[in-house]
Ligand binder design. Structure first.
Ligand code: ATP
Ligand code: MG
Ligand code: ZN
Length: 544
């Protein structure tokens, strides 16, 4: 059967859920404490696992349940006995996994909790894993509270949430709380390496480090990004694939920008960032990347300790002999500007302005001075720097140099199509399931457009998404990355996607992207409204 995109790679993160404590990366203190509790038979009745998405809460909850019930004894995780096997396959009669946020969960949570007094059927303990516990309904919540007050010996609750601040104090006071942390890039990389080795897929370390950075501490995200890259690139994961798919700049390109800024090449610098932007570069990420490069240069410059480098290699850092004062000034400007992205309505303009400030700074040439000289020159620099930093003057200066050629129409990065939850629900009401299935079966056709000059990038983005809602006017797709969402929803490139859809599938709907999280929230709300029979009537979909 032809099914969804890249079926073979669909679920790295499901296929590779750790099956023993030792396979979990990060979360070491939590694992140690849980293991000790098992070893000393000091098992609490209620645990709260909180922390960011995809960092191992559900995974560790299941592993804990397994270690509690393994037939070889508490604390074992043989993986072979009936209990272990049933827990791995999710069919253990005493291990309940409930999602408090989903509608089916709400239905039976209360009932299930009321049954806690019955002895376990197969294992030693009944384990209730309740996900997203902060969104429990009142009646389920009260049942839970009552049980937590006097839990039967054989019952263990593991509550999980990404939003511990929303869990009521009455619950908090009755649980042992574990705060999961984001997973370090190093751990994410080694986790991905294991997966790729099992899949027999080659990779470069640089590509995996890039993916780790994109995943921002989430193991699930790192694996789903990896999946996307693998389904795009086939049998070798390389940094250039990650760059293309996620609109990233290569380290060489970023170094070139840094060099051009330092050499005060206004025209080259500005046209390069503009070009990258028009090709879909994620501007805020680029901003952060430049900060990291400057930091590396500053720290390496003063210590010559290569173990302190985070993004550059010594070979890359050495030729960039930029004086400490200039680096400090650049870092100051960039850190200050970084805070303002939330406030401005055009990220690119804002970024460009920061770069212009750097360009003026780099004019104040200081040859790597000694500390004394730095102190002495500090005052002079300040005097020279301040006037040129003023954006107004920069603009004037630029006009004189006429550096920017209008290569392409200006696209406003914040000019994004956005639907709020109600609007998404309205779209859901108009989804055509059968049509969606037909389209899904043909989704692979997009791959044929991947090297197309005009539609290549759009085809790449789209072929990595999951089709969620389809009707003839609009399709909604899910992508794991915010950066990709904003690229697909950019009003400036809407037509490209419509044309591509028309070429590939013969109709030209607006394409709208959502993150998994957004989609999950919308569907939860949809179900809840449906349950209480409060779904609205379908209305004309505005904005498209
Ligand atoms: N610490 C980890 N070590 C190894 N893999 C992990 C880890 N955390 C998550 N994963 C991977 O991500 C997948 C999802 O993890 P899990 O369900 O445990 O996340 P979670 O913290 O419960 O997330 P959510 O808040 O979204 O429920 C796992 O199947 C596994 O592939
Ligand atoms: Mg979970
Ligand atoms: Zn076992």
């Amino acid at each position: 059967m032809v099914y969804n995109i890249g079926m073979k790679y669909q679920s790295f993160y499901r296929t590779y859920r750790p099956q023993s404590f030792d396979e979990v990366v990060g979360q070491k203190p939590i694992i140690r404490t849980l293991k000790n509790a098992l070893l000393n038979n000091k098992i609490g009745h209620a645990y709260l696992f909180c922390g960011p998405h995809g960092t191992g809460k559900t995974t560790l909850a299941r592993l804990f349940a397994k270690a509690l019930n393994c037939e070889e004894g508490v604390g074992h995780e043989c993986g072979e006995c009936e209990n272990c096997k049933a827990i791995i396959s999710g069919t253990h009669p005493d291990v309940y996994e409930l999602d408090a946020a989903s509608n089916s969960g709400v239905d039976n949570i209360r009932e299930l909790i009321e049954q806690v007094r019955y002895e376990p059927i197969l294992g030693r303990y009944k384990v209730y894993i309740i996900d997203e516990v902060h969104s429990m309904t009142n009646s389920a919540f009260n049942a839970l509270l009552k049980t937590l007050e006097e839990p039967p010996e054989h019952v263990i609750f593991i509550l999980a949430t990404t939003e511990p601040q929303k869990v009521l104090p009455t619950i908090l006071s009755r649980v042992q709380r574990y705060d999961f942390s984001k997973i370090s890039d190093e751990d994410l990389v080694s986790n991905m390496e294991k997966v790729l080795e099992k899949e027999n897929i080659e990779y470069t370390g640089e590509a995996l480090r890039m993916i780790a950075r994109l995943a921002e501490g989430g193991a699930r995200d790192s694996l789903s990004i990896l999946e996307q890259v693998v389904s795009y690139s086939g049998n070798k994961v390389e940094s250039s694939d990650v760059e293309t798919l996620f609109g990233l700049l290569s380290i060489e390109e970023k170094i070139e920008i840094v060099k051009n800024i330092h050499e005060n090449k206004v025209k080259e610098t500005l046209s390069m960032i503009k070009e990258k932007y028009l090709h879909g570069a994620d501007i805020v990420r680029l901003h952060d990347d430049l900060v990291n490069i400057y930091k590396d240069l500053l720290i390496y410059g003063s210590t010559k300790d290569k173990s302190l480098l985070t993004v550059l290699t010594p070979e890359e850092a050495l030729p960039l002999a930029i004086g400490p004062q200039e680096l400090i000034n650049n870092l100051n400007i960039l850190t200050e500007a970084r805070r303002q992205y939330k406030l401005v309505n055009n990220s690119f303009d804002h970024f460009e302005l920061s770069i212009i400030q750097l360009l003026s700074i780099s004019k104040v040439k200081i040859e790597i001075p000694t500390i004394k000289e730095v102190e002495k020159k500090d005052e002079e620099v300040k005097e020279k720097v301040q006037p040129v930093v003023s954006p107004v003057e920069n603009k004037i200066e630029l006009e004189e140099e006429k550096p920017i050629v209008d290569v392409a129409p200006q696209v406003n990065p914040d000019d994004l199509l956005h639907f709020d939850e109600n609007e998404v629900i309205n779209i859901m009401l108009q989804g055509d399931k059968e049509f969606k299935e037909q389209l899904m079966a043909k989704w692979n056709v997009l791959k044929e457009y991947r090297s197309d000059k005009k539609y290549g990038l759009a085809a790449n983005y789209l072929s990595c998404t999951i089709l969620r809602i389809v009707n003839e006017n609009i399709i909604v797709v899910e992508t794991p990355l915010i950066a990709q969402v904003s690229r697909i929803n950019n009003n400036g490139t809407r037509k490209i996607y419509q044309e591509l859809m028309s070429k590939a599938f013969g109709f030209s709907p607006v394409v709208y992207a959502m993150t998994g999280e957004e989609y999950k929230n919308a569907i939860t709300m949809f179900r809840q409204l449906n349950q209480i029979q409060k779904l609205p009537k379908p209305q004309k979909i505005e904005k498209i």
